[in-house]
Design a protein around this ligand. Structure first.
Ligand code: SF4
Length: 374
């Protein structure tokens, strides 16, 4: 287990709880009071905060993973309108859920959400459990989300530690924790559990989230406005820039791809991606290699270059060149016999109902307009 070094030489270690207890005793009370009083004055007005309902907390927390609050808000509202209760969502059509998630990215979250609410229906009579062990059994729920649900929806003294909270505590304690390091997150969790006020655990966690999102920013934290400045060791020692410890970012491999939007008459050819793996279950146009049999068919066509799009995944980057190929053939013309077509032809009305990955949405929307006028 890795330890992180504290600025003044003291260590928080996984094995000994003394340092945590001492720090909590010295600073926990003041931090809790100052943070909550700031939260009472300045909490962000977010739609999922109006009702402390486990379903809403689950929905919002899954949407917020790796995604900005401003991006999530309209999706969250639309989901609640379409599926107001957990039971509604559990009974939803998979494709309709992927469609509603379209553009939010990290689509595995949508599939996890569906699997989680269905498991709640099957194994917990439709009631989201409050125990950490039960929550961690649900797809897409890790320690952070379990802590958020337990503290916010059930009022239990559970920590919810993500990279932002690690950053804040790294600075408060002047400890070289790394936000992405799981061992360090556990150490911060131990510390948060010692300072979390039992009467307002959800507010405390949300106050930490707000502090990390609006004041204790990754770059240029606004220490002058910080409610817990007087307990911040990094601020006191003018060493804020040293915390948290920054792991050098690994360079992501770049994949160059060519996307072909092949049309005939008012139809375009689409494929559904496999049920597992990257962008599972979403629709897409043809990739250059997959469409080679068609390209070699020698049909007359008009080609239009659509430029290049860049999409960043967690582990790689796609650079996608877009090429629209309008086949000048009768729409009834079939593929060459030797080509076993894995996809199908759709018109604009169906095209706009299919869930597409974010990187292809603009081209898809442009095609809906173009095909509607054919
Ligand atoms: S004083 Fe500055 S570095 Fe310390 S917790 Fe507040 S914003 Fe973060």
């Amino acid at each position: 287990m890795k330890d992180a070094t504290k600025g003044d030489g003291v260590r928080f270690s996984a094995e000994s709880s003394t340092a945590y207890s001492e720090w909590a005793l010295q600073h926990g009370g003041e931090i809790s009071v100052m943070l909550l009083s700031w939260f009472d004055r300045s909490a962000r007005n977010l739609p999922w905060r109006s009702v402390r309902d486990p379903y809403r907390v689950l929905l919002s927390e899954l949407m917020l993973q790796q995604t900005q609050v401003a991006t999530v808000i309209p999706y969250y509202k639309r989901f609640l309108l379409q599926w107001p209760t957990l039971l509604d969502l559990a009974g939803a059509d998979d494709q309709a859920v992927l469609k509603a998630w379209e553009g939010l990215g990290y689509y595995s979250r949508a599939r996890n959400l569906l699997a989680a609410v269905r498991a709640v229906v099957e194994q917990h009579d439709g009631v989201i459990p409050c125990g950490e062990k039960d929550l961690l059994q649900l797809k897409g729920i890790g320690e952070y989300t379990a802590g958020a649900i337990r503290s916010i929806a059930f009022g239990l003294p559970a920590a919810a530690v993500d990279g932002n909270v690690v950053r804040v505590f790294s600075r408060l304690t002047a400890t070289t924790w790394q936000p992405a390091d799981l061992a360090h997150r556990r150490q911060v969790r131990t510390l948060v559990e010692k300072v979390i006020p039992p009467d307002r655990p959800g507010d405390f966690n949300e106050a930490l989230m707000d502090l990390g999102a609006t004041i204790c920013l990754p770059q240029n934290p606004v220490c002058a406005d910080c409610p817990v400045r007087s307990s911040c060791r990094a601020f006191e020692t003018a060493s804020v820039a040293r915390f948290p410890d920054k792991k050098p970012a690994r360079e992501k491999p770049v994949e160059q791809r060519t996307c072909l939007m092949i049309t005939k008459g008012g139809l375009v050819h689409v494929n559904r991606r496999p049920d597992h793996g990257l962008l599972a279950g979403l629709y897409e146009f043809d990739w250059h290699d997959g469409a080679l049999p068609l390209l070699s068919a020698g049909w007359p066509a008009v080609r239009t270059e659509l430029g290049q799009l860049r999409h960043v995944f967690t582990h790689k980057i796609w650079l996608v060149d877009g090429l629209r190929i309008d086949l000048m053939v009768n729409p009834d013309t079939n593929w060459p016999d030797h080509f076993d077509d894995p996809g199908r032809w759709v018109g604009p009305d169906e095209l706009k109902t299919l869930p597409f990955p974010k990187v292809l949405i603009q081209w898809r929307d442009d095609l809906v307009v173009a095909l509607s006028s054919v």
